[in-house]
Design a protein around this ligand. Structure first.
Ligand code: ATR
Length: 526
């Protein structure tokens, strides 16, 4: 039995305040879309039905109607974007208008029409559509972020309820352009704005702060209708999108690559726990110049810095602490009240804090493996606290140089037996990932405390052997949490909830391991 659509509209009114997150649905069939709407609609009552993704959009409207009639709490947008304008609908302009009109009859309080279609259609046809439903006039630029003002001026010639401008970010600075546009024009018009693309991810959170009426999310990251769309659970639980407002401070971690960083998980957990009106984002910075433009333009209040910018960022800052200068690297930036950027290095806190919870650092004999940035933080930090430090590195000359600079010793591998170490610290990447690699042979692992800076996996082979021998072990995750805790303190002036941060990162690592296992299992299936 096919359901007939009622001939006249039974208008479902728009809520006075629209929810801030619209869940975009693009399942292959209306049944799939409605199944997601059914399961996620209670928590996400603002839904966009991408009718253009369906084979015969008109024929499914009775089903949509039935759903909306029985789910009165849902606010629905009907969209049937034409293929010429980046959608999937291959029908004529007249058919598009017919779908949208009938989508309203089926219960969509809002319909979305692209600028290009609106320009081609007769003004009366667009006005008629708007007289029935709330109208979003939309424009998508799939290549760049440019001419936002000019495009809006063109759009304003056509009366609509919301003007939606979506561009593509190819740099972080493109997000700044979009945010400034929303901040200046959002007072006069109901604007929805964001940037698509991997570089535009931050705009999905920050656009609300800049004045966008709402933002879009996907049911999950792999069901995105646009590149860069964030899964709705992540948007709510990690980024606390409902709380983001004009006063929200922006924090972030900058690096290249940055996709796998766990910093957003632990920092947002800390911000939530301490009731700080802030949001912490991953900034995939392809150049230092772009990063600094973004930091200054948003502006970013606090920044974690990771590879490859820990050294080069020093030249961009107004002042740095003694640790950054000694180590020659900065992992933390804070924007002072004077607008200036100050650099710190909290890796030292990341090394010292977990160690001092286990033993007295003064006069302790410590072996540091490696002579890179992480090793420098360990060597200088421990020397400052009165430890006696030996450096062992694959490239001996680098160990000698670091030892000279820090007034420590360098040591050859063959001489390890000559010193009874209290602590061994691995500051090389050996042991990272799915491997049994270890920077030392089992018989060389001799100390009261063994500290591995590698944090994924949580228990490396080095730690496994040390634990089996009865030594105290410090997993790299503790360093990760403690350096982050110190960053939190620098940015907010509040003590960091280190316990909650550790729990958040443990859960994230477990989830990641489970997802990897599942992916591997699926790969094995024929
Ligand atoms: P980070 O800033 O994380 O410390 P880094 O500056 O690249 O990274 O330093 C990595 C350190 O781990 C270096 O001391 C490196 O030794 P070299 O100086 O000989 O390059 C060490 N390292 C990296 N891979 C290693 C391996 N497979 N075996 C032993 N040491 C290794």
């Amino acid at each position: 039995m096919t359901l007939a659509l009622p001939p006249t509209a039974s208008p479902r009114s728009l809520p006075l305040r629209l929810p801030r997150v619209c869940l975009a649905l693009s399942g292959g069939t209306i049944e799939e879309m409605l199944a997601i709407a059914e399961s996620m609609g209670r928590d996400n009552p603002f839904l966009e039905f991408r009718l253009d993704y369906l084979k015969q959009p008109l024929s499914v409207l009775p089903k949509l109607h039935r759903f909306l009639e029985t789910h009165q709490y849902v606010t629905a947008i009907g969209t049937c974007r034409r293929a010429d304008n980046g959608g999937q609908f291959k029908g004529s302009l007249a058919s598009q208008l017919e779908v949208l009109t009938k989508a309203h009859t089926a219960g969509c309080q809002i319909v979305d029409l692209e600028l290009q279609s609106a320009v081609k259609a007769k003004a009366e046809a667009v006005a008629r559509l708007r007289s029935r439903a709330g109208l979003i006039l939309s424009f998508h630029d799939f290549h760049a972020t440019r001419q936002l003002e000019e495009t809006l001026e063109k759009m304003l010639k056509i009366p609509a309820d919301f003007y939606k401008l979506v561009s593509t970010a190819t740099t972080l600075s493109d997000n700044v352009t979009m945010m400034k546009f929303l901040q200046t024009r959002g007072d006069q018009q109901a604007l929805v704005g964001l940037c698509m693309g991997e570089q535009g991810i931050i705009s999905r959170v920050l656009s609300l702060r800049a004045g966008s009426v709402f933002t879009f999310a996907a049911p999950s990251a792999d069901q995105a209708t646009a590149k860069g769309q964030i899964g709705v659970r992540e948007l709510r639980s990690i980024y606390r999108i409902e709380q983001v407002d004009a006063a929200t401070r922006v924090f972030g971690v900058a690096g290249d690559p940055i996709g796998h960083s766990l910093s957003p998980v632990i920092m947002n957990a800390a911000l939530r726990r301490e009731n700080v009106n802030g949001v912490y984002l991953a900034l995939h910075a392809k150049t230092l110049k772009d990063l600094m433009q973004c930091v200054r333009g948003i502006p970013v209040h606090g920044l974690s810095v990771t590879m490859p910018y820990k050294r080069s960022i020093l030249g961009q800052l107004d002042n740095t602490d003694a640790h950054s200068s000694k180590i020659g690297a900065c992992n933390t930036v804070v924007r002072g009240q004077d607008g200036k950027l100050y650099g710190f290095n909290t890796d030292i806190a990341g090394v010292v804090r977990p160690l001092e919870q286990r033993l007295a650092i003064e006069n302790a004999k410590v072996l540091v493996l490696g002579a890179g940035g992480a090793a420098r933080a360990a060597v200088f930090g421990l020397k400052e606290r009165g430890a006696e430090v030996w450096v062992l590195n694959r490239t001996a000359a680098k160990a000698q140089k670091l030892a000279r600079q820090a007034k420590a010793h360098s040591i050859k591998r063959a001489d390890l037996r000559k010193v009874a170490f209290d602590v061994i610290i691995n500051a090389t990447p050996v042991g990272m990932g799915d491997t049994k690699d270890c920077p030392l042979k089992d018989q060389e692992i001799q100390a009261r405390v063994v500290f591995d800076m590698v944090y994924d996996p949580v228990e490396t082979h080095l730690l496994h052997v040390a634990r089996a021998k009865g030594f105290a072990v410090i997993p790299g995750i503790e360093m990760f949490v403690q350096q982050a805790a110190r960053q939190f303190e620098i940015w907010t002036g509040k003590p960091a909830p280190a316990g909650d941060m550790l729990r958040a990162v443990m859960v994230a690592l477990q989830e990641r391991a489970a997802a990897q296992k599942q992916a591997a299992n699926q790969k094995q299936k024929p």
